[in-house]
Design a protein around this ligand. Structure first.
Ligand SMILES: Nc1ncnc2c1ncn2[C@@H]1O[C@H](COP(=O)(O)OP(=O)(O)OP(=O)(O)O)[C@@H](O)[C@H]1O
Ligand SMILES: [Mg+2]
Length: 268
């Protein structure tokens, strides 16, 4: 892939916490319209890499989204440019309804100023209708309509994960970073979430997916990138990565034995 085809380009991205090198990624290009998975043992630097790309953590290096530099930009500017993320721990506001959570996630939330001017009541009404319509459309797509007026705090773990993804989509992003979207989700809801991600990918959205479940990774990824100790140690198709001895070694001593077992189980 030439770099001009990549929607996300990371170069010489480096972050240390105290003496620990959390991320040391020399080069990563993410192709648009694909599900690229980012895997690796606990502490490999996956979440920190997401934090850096989405502006939550400052780091050295260059990051281009759609050809434009985004490193050092505030999170909301990056989100508005079309790049959003979900969190390993969901961040829904539990004392607000599902619909309110959705509407607050919109970059056009009616309370915001527009170009330094306070919007007129008429504009606020129109924008609010549009935002609400978009929120309802997404809730419908994620089968969350019956929960529209429920407090987010009363949702199950899996429903919160669906809401987290639906909230991210309020930005109408072109690329979404998903940090363990399936963790703690029951299998049926998990499959549903995965199905939506694949549908959105088929519609042209780009995903970078962090996930520990190797069956899921092998099934949905167009490409798998493996991190260990902050570095990228393997990169290829699911089959290539699964067969890579460096990957097996990186996982051994962690939950490596399980990973290797589950990755080889479904060898046909
Ligand atoms: N805010 C922080 N302060 C200090 N160290 C941190 C901080 N955030 C992450 N680290 C360290 O950076 C390294 C990478 O952590 P990170 O959370 O990015 O890993 P991860 O691949 O997401 O792991 P997991 O699979 O467990 O979620 C770890 O050694 C971690 O302890
Ligand atoms: Mg993590």
């Amino acid at each position: 892939m030439t770099s001009s085809e990549a929607i996300l380009q990371a170069r010489s991205v480096r972050k240390t916490f105290g003496g620990v090198v959390a991320v040391a990624v020399d080069s990563l290009d993410v192709e648009p319209g694909r599900i690229t998975s980012l895997i690796g043992p606990n502490g490999a630097g996956k979440t920190t890499f997401f934090d850096i790309v989405t502006g939550f953590v400052r780091a050295d290096g260059q990051i281009l989204f759609d050809g434009y530099p985004i490193h050092g930009k505030p999170t909301h500017v990056i989100a508005r440019s079309g790049l959003v993320r979900t969190f390993q721990l969901t961040r829904a506001l539990s004392r607000m309804s599902v619909l309110e959570n959705m509407m607050l996630a919109s970059p056009d939330q009616p309370g915001e100023r527009l170009g330094g001017l306070i919007r007129s009541a008429f504009q606020v009404n129109r924008i609010e209708r549009e935002v609400r319509g978009h929120a309802e459309e997404l809730l419908d797509r994620f089968n969350l309509t019956p929960l529209t007026n429920e407090y987010a705090g009363r949702l199950s773990g899996g429903q919160k994960k669906l809401l987290e993804l639906a909230r991210a989509l309020m930005n109408r992003p072109r690329m979404v970073l998903l940090d363990e979207p399936m963790a703690g989700v029951n299998p049926a809801l998990g499959e549903q979430l995965l199905g939506y991600v694949q549908e959105l990918r088929d519609d042209g959205m780009t995903f970078l997916l962090v996930e520990h479940d190797m069956d899921v990774i092998m099934r949905v990824s167009d490409r798998v990138v493996v991190m260990s100790d902050g570095r990228i140690i393997a990169d290829g198709s699911p089959g290539e990565v699964r067969a890579d001895p460096a990957v097996v070694t990186a996982y051994l001593g962690e939950h490596g034995a399980d990973v290797v077992a589950s990755a080889t189980e479904d060898d046909e």
